[in-house]
Design a protein around this ligand. Structure first.
Ligand code: NAD
Length: 365
């Protein structure tokens, strides 16, 4: 029987709640599909800062590096907003991504049948929406040096961030994007700001070089401001969106809203080794501790872990089908409900997904 070592990082706010859901679904999938999992839990983010004085200890980073896969809930919250620099919860997450070398962040956006009405867009624009944002995750503005705040001799404050890429960083993420496009509808939109930024001009040059190896993939270059507009105007035209770190951060949240709620959006972060899986949403301090967070993004992230890192495609399919079925049956969390729907809390929605998975498995066997 295959056996996998999974590190779990619940983090802060609703991170802990949706992680519990994700782990319960993973345990159910293991039981139903004949593999075993060893789980090891560590602190990350504000919770880690409170216990250890740092948002990610070396012990946590080392455990993540040697695991088969890592699941993370979310980090951050008002309690830690006064912290700066390396003490901030978010810097624990950035450090983790860097330490694991997960440079490719995959964020799929689809519209579940029955949820069209929750999208802020008109239904006729949503038909056929199936977008995969491939975001560079370990370079660009969030990591470039110099970075930080300083004062001049008169005490005037200034701050600097640096958007820097070398051609190897661009080439490896471009290959990921083109490989993904090849397995999907064969289209890629590379997003940059080449009319203004040098790093974007290099980005465009390298993407063009990589494109020569993928004559079967249709490449479009699009400026980031135009892409932000076109995602609302013609979302169904996009297949793979390939972009650098900050542009991808912003565009993927925009794309998330096409689906109606950020509580539905999963992500996978991949490098050349293991993978990091997390819902796209943050720690949602406004709803933390109320058992109302939508766990489906976290559960869907487990499906991505099973598909991309653990090669348990059957279990991944079963989870995805169960989520569709639960939505189709009219069950919703509070972020997506109206008067005709049955509203479930975080734990009840999780149990419903597990129940549907186990019924489907019983019927199949
Ligand atoms: P957020 O994603 O936490 O919340 C934005 C809005 O979406 C809130 O109204 C929230 O209630 C709602 N929401 C988010 N997830 C939901 C879910 N699963 N179900 C239902 N509703 C959900 O973003 P924010 O408010 O900008 O940030 C809050 C904290 O999270 C900040 O400290 C931020 O730095 C951090 N953050 C962390 C990550 C991460 O850990 N990957 C990502 C984004 C933000």
């Amino acid at each position: 029987m295959a056996e996998y070592n999974i590190v779990v990082l619940p983090g802060d706010g609703i991170g802990a709640e949706v992680t519990e859901s994700a782990v319960n679904v993973l345990k159910a999938a293991a039981k139903q599909h004949g593999f075993s999992i060893n789980l090891e839990s560590h602190d990350i983010g504000g919770t880690s800062y409170d216990s250890h004085g740092t948002p990610a200890t070396d012990e946590t980073l080392n455990a993540c590096k040697s695991a088969d896969a890592v699941f993370l809930g979310a980090v951050g919250g008002p309690k830690w907003d006064h912290l700066t620099g390396a003490h901030r919860p978010e810097s624990g997450l950035l450090g983790l991504r860097k330490a694991m070398g997960v440079y490719a962040n995959l964020r799929p956006v689809t519209i579940y049948p029955g949820l069209e009405k929750y999208s802020p867009l008109k239904e006729n624009r949503l038909e056929g929406v199936d977008v995969l944002v491939v975001r560079e995750l370990t370079g660009g503005l969030y990591f470039g040096q110099p970075k930080g705040e300083s004062k001049d001799e008169n005490g005037k404050r200034r701050a600097v961030d640096t958007m820097a890429y070398d051609e190897d960083e661009i080439r490896r993420i471009a290959h990921r994007g083109f490989d993904m496009a090849r397995k999907r509808r064969g289209k890629i939109a590379s997003v940059d700001k080449a009319n203004v930024l040098s790093s974007s001009r290099l980005w465009r040059d390298v993407v063009n070089e990589v494109a020569e190896e993928y004559s079967d993939v249709e490449l479009e270059h699009i400026l980031v401001d135009n892409c932000a507009m076109q995602l609302i105007n013609r979302p169904a035209d996009f297949d793979v969106i390939l972009t650098e770190n900050m542009f991808g951060d912003i565009l993927s949240d925009e794309a998330a809203m096409l689906s109606g709620s950020i509580g539905l959006l999963p992500s996978a972060s991949l490098g050349d080794g293991n993978g990091l899986y997390e819902p796209v949403h943050g720690s949602a301090p406004d709803i933390a501790g109320k058992n109302i967070a939508n766990p489906l993004a976290a559960i869907q992230s487990i499906a991505m872990m099973l598909r991309y890192t653990l090669n348990e495609a059957e279990a991944a399919d079963a989870i995805e089908k169960a989520i569709e079925e639960v939505i189709c049956q009219g069950y919703r969390c509070a972020d997506l409900a109206d008067k005709d729907d049955t509203v479930l809390g975080t734990t009840e929605m999780t149990s419903k997904v597990i129940e549907v998975m186990s019924k489907a498995k019983t019927v199949a066997s």
